[in-house]
Design a protein around this ligand. Sequence first.
Ligand SMILES: [Zn+2]
Length: 324
Amino acid sequence: MKFFKSPVNLTFIAVILLLVAGLIFSVAVITEKNSDIKELQTEVTSNNSEIQSANERITEIEAQLGSITEENNKVKSELEKAQQEKDKLTQENSTLKKSIEQMSAAKQQKAQTAVAQSAAKGERICYLTFDDGPSENTLKILEILKKYNAKATFFVIDTNKIDYVKQIYSEGHTVGLHSASHRYDEIYTSFDAYFADLAAISDKVKNLIGVKSKIIRFPGGSSNSKCNFMPELVKQVAEKGYFYFDWNVDSCDASGNNVSYTKIKNSVLSSAVTKNSICVLMHDTDAKSTTVTALPEIIEGLQAQGYVFKALTADSYGYHHNID
Ligand SMILES: [Zn+2]
């Protein structure tokens, strides 16, 4: 083959072969690149579709957020309104409480003036009070009071003779509320405990006599040392419509066991002499038989001092230990 022996031809053939090889290589590279691009394009398309759903989700959440914000603002404005209403009522209440306090003080002043005026006319007023009953002595006390046509006040507790309040009431005496349990260690632990006990005796009395008594006496009086919230308690009982009564003459019938009837009588009569009007503390319990014994002489002795006997009413002077 002469053709292949010529160097020119051989060179020509080599160039041709090189060109063909180059062409084949280029085609291979381009094909590979094309497939890479396709792959990326597929990824872009798939990402685009995910971006689209993410956008849709964002729009949806923004709409939700908008409605939640609107609801939130509505609730906030309602909260603000309720707060304002509460502040207004609290303010009103504090004004009302102040009025009650002032009116109670004015009422006490008026009642005190009234007893002083009676005294000036020669009529001294005596409120006999019997605490802690009814008891087996109640009927004897009622009999003595009837005999002297004297009216009195019974501050009752929940005893097994509680039914006697019917007779006390029907004979024109005042049934006052003292306590259901009369347990200082329970009733003076909190306002709630005090008022729960008061409600218990109040309901009991209401069921028996048909009317709600608003006349009360704190166990131990308003000056007792067992209650450490008495200044606030006296305000609260007034706000609830109660009238509380202490005393200014102590018969001393609770100063020990079997206190002699002469001691009881003398305690009352000697203390009464120096006063214009009196509220006498006595007790109506099974153990206080000497109080019953002393009662006729107490009444006669006080009558001799110009005293008349009345039952306490809501308008009576309160004989308060701490305030007046
Ligand atoms: Zn008592």
